[in-house]
Ligand binder design. Structure first.
Ligand code: CA
Length: 411
């Protein structure tokens, strides 16, 4: 399948991908839904108004209505778009007036948050990450707490401070305490990233209702990259007994394009073997891991070189997205369209695949060398952290674009 719009071979956004986002054309004040195709953005509101889509969900400035519409509608819109944009379909290809109305160069738009995010949950589903953190903060012999292999652990995060890629991040201030010293208040000195992938939920449920593991994908719209910025010194002092608070709530960055489950279907794969066997409500015969390569780079100011500090893969996650959603709702907690559920830091088994500086530098004991000759234990002011993700097979490349954020000094 090819489009009449030229898509370069290395592009993250061929016609097989068609991720959804909210964009603002330069010079316009009206944000609207779009899909990415090569170096272009296709205006879905314009196509809907031209009666080329089977929906009435794209006139607003978020994707929540489309998310609420459900899987049948998502699949229908996707197949309609693929037909409309294919090289042998003349409807849009030869309608120059509509093309000038509906096609924008990606360089000429600003991407915004794709949804009004009502709630944000952050899981802790990588066994390697949980083991590393347990070893660093507690005891290497009992790194995993007793519940970890029985349920997908998570905490409820802060939705109001989720920002889109490119937003600058102010180094947070907070209370910290060194060993044998009194607590102090000031800028965090151990600012970190966490490499994560999150999914947006689709149709909502009512309080008291649960989503079975078999029905979970009916409620999963698609994925974004997530950087769960973390202030390790604030976290160390505050996290007992109720978990992270100000160490995490100052900002979370996400990539702007939501890659759909339909686009990622060819990349479904088995996850890690689960032992002990999960309880029945978390059991499924179906593979629900996805083979998505992930990488993180730290780029100091005035540097053009990408310093890759981590290469990991979404398939390493011990608890999969269906188990996460089934568990989240098993007690009767409702979900709404546009909730964000992040995976937790995705660390692989080897050192080069750890998804946070905490693990990469083993709490600062083995610093990373950057190409400009400087070294990092954590993230400095002026550094830009960039995360990328791509699934690739048989010449088809389903990319996520990136989530990036530059660190500004505390004020
Ligand atoms: Ca996290």
């Amino acid at each position: 399948m090819r489009s009449f719009i030229d898509v370069s071979p290395g592009s993250d956004f061929p016609i097989q991908n068609l991720p959804y986002g909210i964009f603002l054309p330069n010079g316009s004040t009206r944000a609207r839904p779009g899909t990415a195709l090569g170096d272009w953005v296709v205006d879905l509101d314009a196509l809907e108004k031209a009666h080329l889509l089977p929906t009435k969900v794209f006139s607003g400035s978020s994707l929540n209505d489309f998310m609420a519409a459900g899987r049948e509608t998502w699949t229908l819109v996707r197949s309609t778009l693929q037909v409309l944009l294919s090289e042998d379909n003349s409807r849009l290809r030869d309608d120059m007036d509509l093309r000038s109305l509906a096609l924008f160069p990606r360089k000429a738009v600003t991407m915004l948050l794709p949804a009004q995010i009502g709630d944000y949950t952050d899981f802790y589903s990588s066994r390697e990450h949980a083991t590393n953190v347990g070893s660093l903060f507690r005891d290497p012999k009992n790194a995993l707490l007793p519940n970890w292999l029985h349920l997908p652990v998570a905490y409820h995060g802060r939705a109001s401070s989720i920002v889109v890629s490119g937003t600058e991040i102010r180094r947070p201030k907070g209370q910290t305490k060194a060993d044998n010293a009194d607590p102090v208040f000031g800028p965090s000195r151990l600012l970190d990233f966490e490499l994560e992938v999150g999914f947006f939920t689709g149709p909502g449920t009512t309080i008291g209702e649960s989503i079975s593991i078999e029905k979970a994908t009916e409620h999963i719209f698609g994925f974004v990259l997530v950087n769960d910025w973390s202030a390790r010194d604030i976290q160390t002092w505050e996290y007992v007994p109720l978990g992270p608070f100000l160490a995490k709530n100052f900002a979370t960055s996400i990539s702007p394009w939501i890659v759909t489950l339909d686009a990622l279907e060819p990349f479904r794969c088995p996850g890690p073997k689960q032992d002990p066997e999960p309880l029945p409500y978390l059991r499924s015969e179906r593979d629900s891991a996805f083979d998505i390569s992930l990488e993180v780079s730290i780029n100091p100011p005035n540097s053009d070189v990408e310093n890759v500090v981590c290469r990991s893969n979404f398939k390493h996650l011990y608890w999969n997205i269906c188990q996460q959603l089934a568990h989240h709702t098993s007690g009767g907690c409702n979900i709404k369209p546009g909730d964000l559920m992040a995976s937790g830091t995705i660390s692989g088994p080897e050192k080069g695949s750890f998804g946070s500086m905490l693990e990469i530098t083993w709490r600062g004991t083995t610093p990373v060398q950057l190409s400009d000759g400087t070294e990092r234990k954590f993230i400095n002011d002026g550094d830009t952290v960039v995360m990328k993700g791509v699934a690739e097979k048989n010449g088809i490349r389903i990319g996520f674009g990136e989530v990036s954020g530059k660190i500004l000094p505390s004020v």
